[in-house]
Design a protein around this ligand. Structure first.
Ligand code: GLU
Length: 313
């Protein structure tokens, strides 16, 4: 493996295409990736292709291959990726385990993370017992935002702070974090302890100013998953975007809350975050966003049926 690009910000625009190979790409993906392609081109920059095949249970090699083919078919070109190589290889998350472990060590040393034994069931029951209503606040502005945010929250309820280990509830938890010298993630999940009540602000290239409140819009989130002995999506994507020198992240608006979480990881590691541009989600006639699980029409089926690539603009 050659040296990663972790020494400061790259000079030229570096965007990325980062599909998760859990199914065939649909129209919504294609639209987002076409926006990423246009923004890289307009900036005179390059695209990096990263195969986000971290979730070994849901990802399949056939979908990895299909995504590479489909994105080429809709006119995208990348200068680094699993098929062409490049200075930041490997470009498949499943092959980056050693890098993630190294970065887990750094994150653990920051004092912001802790091992968490709470089951999903326990988390659900605690939320139900506390009678905590889902937050009904608006964050930021822009088209379709409330619907997108509501969906993101439904998928990921706020982790109840009372389920933190007692030492992580104290204001000075970072100094007294008893896990600072744990050598390995081990057979347990790890969570990022969010700064309760702090506003996490950023300016989105498409939607303008965004503001989320830690502890209200999102709670302590997973950074390491024991089930796969791999990082969570949130942690892996920050590590990869940083080491691959990404200057702008273009992705769907369903990931706005994730961006707020990811900014906390950047800060804990002392890294400068990239710019962000969150595309509107493509919805069907019933207002449901297109997703692989809704049997949306696959990009390749549309192209095979004679659709032109402009259908995805
Ligand atoms: N791999 C993620 C997905 O396809 C996107 C990650 C990102 O853009 O940050 O949903």
């Amino acid at each position: 493996m050659s040296a990663p690009l972790d020494s400061g910000r790259a000079q030229t625009y570096r965007g990325r295409l980062a599909p998760s190979p859990t199914g065939l790409l649909h129209q919504g993906h294609a639209r987002t990736y076409r926006v990423a392609g246009r923004r890289a081109k307009d900036a005179g920059g390059v695209l990096i292709y990263r195969d986000e095949d971290l979730d070994l249970e849901r990802c399949k090699a056939e979908f990895s291959r299909a995504a590479l083919e489909d994105l080429a078919r809709i006119g995208l070109e990348w200068s680094e990726g699993p098929d062409v190589g490049g200075p930041c290889r490997p470009y498949r998350q499943s092959e980056r385990g050693a890098i993630y472990r190294d970065m887990w060590n750094r994150l653990r040393s920051s004092g912001w993370i802790y091992p968490c034994e709470q089951s999903r069931r326990k988390i659900r029951e605690t939320i139900a017992a506390s009678g905590a209503a889902r937050p009904a606040t608006k964050a930021g502005g822009g088209p379709g935002l409330d619907l997108d945010l509501a969906e993101a929250r439904l998928m990921d309820p706020v982790f109840p702070p009372e389920l933190r280990p007692p030492v992580m509830r104290a204001p000075d938890f970072r100094a007294n974090n008893p896990y600072l010298r744990v050598p390995e993630p081990g057979d347990i999940n790890w969570r990022f302890r969010v700064p309760d009540g702090e506003a996490i602000n950023f300016v989105d290239g498409r939607r303008g100013r965004q503001s989320f409140r830690a502890g209200r819009d999102f709670g302590d989130f997973l950074v390491w998953r024991k089930i796969a002995d791999m990082p969570s999506y949130e942690f892996a994507v920050v590590v990869d975007d940083h080491l691959m020198g990404i200057t702008e992240v273009v992705r769907g608006a369903d990931l706005l809350v994730s961006t707020a979480r990811q900014l906390l990881i950047y800060r804990a590691l002392g890294w400068t975050p990239p710019e962000f541009y969150h595309c509107d989600l493509v919805r069907d006639d019933d207002g449901r966003r297109l997703a692989k699980r809704h049997d949306s029409v696959a990009v390749r089926a549309l192209l095979d049926g004679g659709a032109s690539v402009e259908l995805f603009d």
